[in-house]
Design a protein around this ligand. Structure first.
Ligand code: AMP
Length: 303
């Protein structure tokens, strides 16, 4: 099954207690695709501006990512600036400049429209919807978003949420979307309104997975080296989706057992992302290194 990814490809300014980086490669689609590329060759649909260094495209392509769907615009590249406090639990946004994404009209090729797997990485939900509508034969759709879009485009966001198979959001975002303070109630309420599976990311506290008849929790991998959490959520989603697609039986539905394994692999994948600034952490992950961490995770909560 071939995967298409739409979402931000960005230049980020990031400040954590361990340092500050300016204009580094970021964007939800970038982090997601580097992680998913451990299993398959995702194609990114996005736009970048005149200020986007060509070396970043070569870098993404080096992971086996198809970058031919990343358009060039005379505008500026999407730019996100954020910082983390001492505990690095929450990303605080200083500024979000949509740049070329503000007027981006994705035009999918015939081959793109026939892909079986779509991941709607974090970006304007109207744009996510326009891509989803163009798909002809999609069998698995995953989605991520964030507080910025839940607040500014709530209705448009729900229009997409209702149609996806797997929704990835963090705990604060799920509560916000459901308008419900109890996390488990919020996740179940959102699940009932559309997605078959809701995966709630809780940073260093792991994840909570809610499907129709199944609730599952996993701790995070206990890494001691947290340098920059940017992209951890996207890398987690990339790890989960990549593993699912690589291991699912064509035509059959995702079993709870497969989902649990995919979440463990996603969790171990994300632990690499936080160990370096921007994409440098996730770039060091390999299947073998991730497998070792999956074993550690297995022991962590077995009794
Ligand atoms: P994560 O830490 O996994 O939630 O994702 C971080 C990435 O999301 C950064 O590299 C940013 O460029 C990107 N990002 C931040 N805000 C937005 C937004 N409003 N829409 C799309 N992408 C964003």
């Amino acid at each position: 099954m071939r995967m298409l990814v739409v979402g931000s490809v960005a230049l980020d300014d990031i400040k954590t207690p361990f340092g500050e980086k300016k204009n580094v490669l970021g964007g939800a689609a970038s982090h997601f695709s580097i992680a998913a590329a451990i299993w398959l060759e995702p194609k990114i649909i996005a736009v970048v501006g005149h200020d986007f260094p060509a070396k970043h495209l070569r870098y993404l392509a080096g992971f086996g990512i198809d970058v031919s769907g990343i358009e060039k615009s005379p505008d500026k590249t999407f730019h996100w600036s954020g910082y983390y406090e001492h505990d690095m639990a929450v990303a605080h946004t200083r500024s979000t400049e949509l740049g070329a994404f503000a007027s981006f009209e994705p035009k999918l090729s015939e081959e793109d429209r026939l892909r079986q797997v779509l991941f709607l990485a974090n970006i304007d939900p109207d744009l996510q919807y326009r891509v989803l509508r163009q798909m002809r034969n999609v069998q698995l759709v995953g989605m991520d978003s964030m507080n910025f879009w839940i607040e500014s485009k709530n209705k448009a966001l729900w229009r997409v949420v209702r149609e996806v198979d797997i929704l990835f959001l963090n705990d604060a975002e799920i509560r916000m979307l459901a308008g419900e303070p109890s996390l488990i109630k919020a996740a179940k309420a959102v699940q009932r309104r559309g997605p078959k599976i809701v995966i709630v990311k809780k940073g260093e506290h792991g994840v909570l997975v809610v499907s129709r008849n199944h609730v599952f929790a996993s701790p995070a991998y206990p890494t001691e080296k947290v340098i920059d959490p940017t992209g951890a959520g996207d890398s987690f989603a990339g790890g989960v989706m990549g593993y699912l697609v690589a291991h699912a039986q064509p035509g059959s539905k995702i079993t709870d057992e497969l989902l649990r394994r995919a979440v463990a692999w996603g969790t171990a994948t994300a632990s690499f992302a936080v160990e370096g600034f921007a994409t440098t952490g996730i770039a060091r992950a390999t299947k073998e290194k991730i497998a070792e961490r999956v074993e550690v995770l297995r022991q962590l909560s077995a009794f």
